[in-house]
Design a protein around this ligand. Structure first.
Ligand code: MN
Length: 207
């Protein structure tokens, strides 16, 4: 998980070059996605928190997942923008090229137990990502101690679960390269997952 988890939020640099994910995700998309879209969520979140002395001390996950405890006029803005910050950091952190292969160890055993094979997991993730109507995410999560695939709408985060991997299916994530073909983007994305990052998340979720 990223540091910089409380106000003022800062747009941390990508952990790789903007063109590192070529040809799967293009450099221009990465610039727009990280420097413009994520930056806007960060700016909006900071602006919403600026005058909220008490709320601005809360860590990001609490802002997202306990939104209904916040003053009503702030709820929508904070849910959308705190979610936008968390979901995008989570997405960018889990990508690498060339992908260092496949899940291993405990995570691999759990994947095989739940889905049969890694390819089967990928096809179920793809189906979930294709099923999101409009903008949102598909997620691989830990539910209790079990792996599960869920989807969220807009910038909602999977608050009831411990997330391992997400697929951003907002059109801004792929439109410049993959146009309207979300399936092609998902196929490309699933080739550049940093499974070492997913394994670290998994071991934290299981402790
Ligand atoms: Mn996005």
């Amino acid at each position: 998980m990223s540091e910089n988890n409380t106000y003022p939020f800062v747009n941390l640099p990508l952990p790789y070059a903007y063109d590192a994910l070529e040809p799967f995700i293009d450099e221009k998309t990465m610039h727009l996605h990280h420097d413009k879209h994520l930056q806007t969520y960060i700016d909006n979140l900071n602006a919403a928190l600026e005058k909220e002395a008490r709320i601005k001390q809360l860590p990001l996950w609490q802002l997202i997942c306990y939104t209904d405890k916040l003053p009503q006029p702030l709820q929508k803005t904070i849910r959308n923008n705190a979610g936008g910050v968390f979901n995008h950091r989570f997405y960018f952190e889990q990508l690498t090229n060339p992908s260092d292969g496949k899940p291993t160890g405990e995570l691999l055993r759990e994947i095989n137990k739940t889905f049969g094979t890694v390819d089967k997991l990928k096809s179920e993730l793809k189906a979930a990502a294709l099923s999101v109507f409009g903008s949102g995410y598909a997620w691989l999560v830990v539910d209790g101690k079990e792996l599960k695939i869920v989807t969220t709408a807009n910038q909602d985060a999977p608050c009831n679960y411990c997330p391992l991997l997400n697929i951003d299916v907002w059109e801004h994530a792929y439109y410049l390269k993959h146009y309207n073909v979300r399936a092609d983007y998902i196929n490309d994305l699933l080739q550049i997952i940093n499974w070492r990052v997913v394994e670290e998340r998994f071991s934290k979720c299981m402790t």
